[in-house]
Design a protein around this ligand. Structure first.
Ligand code: NCD
Length: 299
């Protein structure tokens, strides 16, 4: 199976993964090494801390083995190899490949050479340029499900680099397809109200003052840094940052999320506030990825 966009993780699959992730988290899974003798390759042609290491930790916890190309600089990408060639090379070495690229995802189905023997491999997109990041959306949705017991009927504020943030793109798709979710989007770069990517789901754009007005009704605030490296022109900083005062305007049950790495939009001084679940998201991501790897390789 190929998990390329958040749409590849249907609501049915999500529910199955949430139950399985909870079992892993509680340590109640009977066979703790279901992926013994299986190999996962992490082909990361762009920097990462939590996505790659949480996948690797997940695989090792499941009893599997990991081979890794942790940085594009140490790969043949430097010699001009295409992502397409790199993927069709590495898939020979592993049962599942987790790939991060700075470029849009290559269309493997159209261009795969006829009779290529290994096209049957499992493949997970761990972030392709500013497009998609389906397993971060999985980790984010799992965090919301753990808190609220559901993904629907929520008011969700999203503040970030709407055009360039792949985590926002995948999160908006996954939460936008749930029933009765209201999503309020704030662009923190230049206020330009576009996701830069078609999203067939319900959402509305706000300016910064309009965004603050929704705070008393928000169940979830999702923040993400300005993706400086993806802008042609230099962008110095976010025009939005949370503060103790703003957190105080949220309902008691609200949670504040950020996929990391965080910058000025979520100052560390706020970490002691119980609404801020930034580091819980990190941990949830590992259990959610354990569930996904088991689902792909052990079913
Ligand atoms: C994100 C990414 O790489 O898109 N990080 C992550 O995987 N948790 C978000 C970001 O870089 O801002």
């Amino acid at each position: 199976m190929h998990i390329v966009t958040s749409e590849d993780l249907s609501d049915g699959i999500l529910q199955e993964l949430f139950i399985s992730a909870t079992d892993f988290e509680r340590g109640v899974t009977a066979n703790t090494h279901p992926l013994k003798d299986r190999i996962m390759a992490t082909l990361f042609l762009e920097q990462s801390t939590r996505t790659r290491m949480s996948f690797e930790s997940a695989m090792i916890r499941l009893g599997g083995t990991v081979i890794s190309c942790p940085d594009g600089k140490g790969s043949s990408a430097v010699k001009g190899e295409t992502d397409y060639d790199s993927i069709l090379t590495v898939c020979n070495y592993a049962d599942v490949i987790v790939v991060r690229t700075p470029n849009p995802w290559p269309n493997l189905n159209v261009r795969t050479p006829a009779n290529y023997p290994a096209i049957d491999f499992d493949l997970i997109n761990a972030g392709d340029g500013s497009n998609n990041h389906p397993t971060q959306a999985l980790a984010d949705a799992y965090t919301i499900w753990k808190k609220f017991g559901r993904l629907d009927n929520l008011t969700i504020g999203i503040a970030g680099d709407l055009k360039k943030s792949r985590t926002i793109h995948s999160f908006v798709e996954m939460m936008g397809r749930q029933k009765n979710n209201m999503m309020i989007l704030l662009d923190t770069v230049d206020g330009d109200q576009t996701l830069g990517k078609p999203q067939p789901c319900a959402h509305t754009y706000a300016n910064i003052l309009g965004f603050y007005e929704f705070f008393p009704d928000m169940d979830v605030i999702y923040t993400n840094r300005v993706q400086r490296e993806r802008h042609d022109q230099h962008v110095w900083s976010s025009n939005f940052a949370l503060s103790p005062k703003l957190l105080g305007r949220l309902p008691d049950h609200a949670i504040v999320m950020n996929p990391g790495p965080r910058r000025e939009e979520l100052p560390p001084e706020l970490d002691a506030n119980p609404k801020v679940v930034f580091f819980q998201q990190v941990r949830n991501g590992m259990f959610a990825r354990m569930a996904l790897l088991k689902y792909l390789l052990d079913s």
